[in-house]
Design a protein around this ligand. Structure first.
Ligand SMILES: CC(C)(COP(=O)(O)OP(=O)(O)OC[C@H]1O[C@@H](n2cnc3c(N)ncnc32)[C@H](O)[C@@H]1OP(=O)(O)O)[C@@H](O)C(=O)NCCC(=O)NCCS
Length: 157
């Protein structure tokens, strides 16, 4: 089951994001976001959260700020993407987009298989993000150095 984030979720979201992303904030394209203050969707199984997506609406675009699943391979991430896609469409957005990093091969596979296309590569952008958020590690998934921000987008009809 997927439902919108509620006010009472804010505390666990803060803890959950800290666990998954080393701090309660995330830094992308030169901006610091506080996921616990953003709108989002929670995926629940047996009444317990197993996934979280947070997003931000700006003009005719909806940016996915975080997406995390604690039950990989069971459809949680896909259900959360479907929920934000509907919310973005309902809000009149033309574009759903996000930024991930060059090491995150799982995310690149996941999003591309769900209709997202590569929109831009910002070389060495993670160095700037690291100045805002020093907790970002130098080495990421698969031992790949984390350097670049990769922008993916899905145009909505
Ligand atoms: C990316 C991420 C959110 C995907 O979440 P997920 O819950 O594993 O997503 P899904 O289960 O919907 O899909 C993952 C795979 O499982 C498969 N799957 C979906 N439902 C399934 C089911 N019922 N049984 C078995 N496999 C299933 C899907 O086919 C998919 O494989 P594919 O991408 O090759 O098509 C998750 O890997 C994650 O939390 N990553 C770390 C955080 C991160 O990097 N976030 C993205 C950057 S913003």
């Amino acid at each position: 089951m997927v439902r919108p984030v509620r006010a009472e979720d804010r505390d666990w979201i803060r803890r959950f994001i800290t666990e998954r992303w080393s701090a309660e904030v995330v830094a992308v394209h030169g901006v610091i976001y506080r996921p616990h203050e953003l709108p989002g969707f929670v995926a629940e199984q047996a009444g317990k959260p197993v996934g979280l997506l947070t997003y931000q609406l700006a003009g005719d675009a909806c940016e996915i700020i975080t997406l995390d699943s604690t039950r990989p391979g069971m459809g949680v991430g896909t259900a959360l993407i479907e929920a934000v896609r509907e919310a973005a469409r309902a809000a009149g957005c033309r574009r759903l987009w996000l930024v991930t990093t060059n090491d995150n091969l799982e995310a690149l596979r996941f999003y591309q298989k769900r209709g997202f296309v590569l929109a831009a590569v910002h070389r060495n952008a993670v160095a700037a993000a690291r100045r805002l958020k020093p907790e970002i590690s130098r080495t990421g998934a698969h031992g790949i150095p984390i350097r670049d921000e990769i922008e993916l987008e899905l145009l909505l009809d």
